[in-house]
Design a protein around this ligand. Structure first.
Ligand code: B12
Ligand code: SF4
Ligand code: SF4
Length: 240
């Protein structure tokens, strides 16, 4: 029997989807499988992420526009990758998609996710400057990736700059208060409307920090979700 080949990742690396992890579906916990709606013939889950600035540079260069250029570009890139490198394989892109998949749980299984006071993962290489871009299931038989070993930089961080820099004290006690953060971000002229002072204060991986346009884009999106959430909360009694 021939040895399983590693994922051919050069195209993805170059395109900015520079974090990849291959799971055999058979090795995933039941609770995770239950969220995936696996169909016959599918054998592997390929988790794709980006670290640092390259993805955004490619998005700008490709001219991808619209409300969600990151998701659109990621989907286009995966389609091109399968068409060029893996034309004999069948695949489905589950994320981006309509169903909630616990990306940080998958990230923890891959060894990418290290918890931090910010609630977003922070690792020793990329700091907080990485995210999950796609979950693909396919009939492939690549060599499963080894879990990335490493540890969280947070437990050894002295007087954590992230906690000290948050004007809303949303990270005090080492627990992130989404409520405190959200209400502060919604204030008129909030310095956190389109960026997070605490995240930017973290020294780990700061050389990978996104450029201002990417930060503004991502935080404007999360602020829109928060605004919608609080608008519904205020309207709720009238709707009853
Ligand atoms: C809903 C959501 C939000 C909501 C939070 C509401 C809430 N109470 O959960 C809002 C819109 C506020 C939000 C904001 C942000 N988010 Co968000 N968010 C998500 C989303 C879509 C689902 C989280 C969830 O409910 N999971 C459900 C369970 C089943 O998933 P899980 O992995 O098993 O569980 C973990 C998470 O839920 C996490 N968690 C729980 N509560 C919160 C709250 C926040 C704010 C975050 C970030 C995580 C988090 O802890 C669980 C254990 O690890 C995930 C993507 C995804 N599909 O997972 C992104 C995700 C967690 N977000 C992410 C990011 C980057 C952000 C922002 C920084 C985006 C931005 N640039 O503005 C901000 C940070 C917060 C802030 N200061 O505004 C990244 C984190 C990447 C990483 N390195 O870990 C994710 C994984 C998206 C991605 N594509 O990579 N987010
Ligand atoms: S500043 Fe320190 S505690 Fe905060 S996220 Fe960075 S490494 Fe972790
Ligand atoms: S966005 Fe602002 S309020 Fe929220 S955690 Fe970051 S620094 Fe604190």
């Amino acid at each position: 029997m021939s040895k399983a080949q590693p994922l051919p990742a050069g195209f993805l690396d170059e395109a900015g989807l520079n974090r990849q992890h291959v799971f055999d579906l058979a090795g995933l916990p039941e609770a995770v499988l239950a969220t995936l709606d696996i169909q016959g013939g599918e054998r592997q889950l390929i988790l794709l992420g980006h670290g640092g600035r390259r993805l955004w540079e490619h998005i700008r260069a490709s001219g991808t526009a619209g409300d969600d250029p990151i998701d659109d570009y990621s989907i286009q890139t995966i389609r091109r990758w399968f068409a060029q490198a893996l034309p004999e394989h069948r695949y489905r892109i589950l994320y981006p998609g309509p169903h909630l998949i616990g990306l940080q749980t998958l990230g923890a299984l891959a060894g990418w996710h290290r918890p931090s006071p910010l609630m977003i993962g922070v690792d020793t290489e990329w700091g907080s400057w990485y995210a999950y871009r796609a979950v693909v299931v396919a009939d492939t038989a690549f060599a499963p990736s080894l879990r990335q070993e490493g540890s969280s930089p947070c437990p050894s961080c002295i007087a954590p700059p992230c906690i000290r820099s948050c004007p809303a004290h949303a990270l005090d006690d080492g627990r992130f208060s989404l409520e405190a953060c959200s209400r502060y971000r919604l204030q008129p002229d909030s310095p956190c409307a389109t960026g997070c002072l605490a995240r930017q204060a973290c020294p780990v991986g700061s050389e990978h920090r996104y450029d201002e346009a990417q930060i503004r884009h991502s935080y404007a999106r999360s602020l829109a979700v928060i605004r919608q959430y609080y608008a519904n909360e205020v309207q709720a009694p009238e709707q009853q």
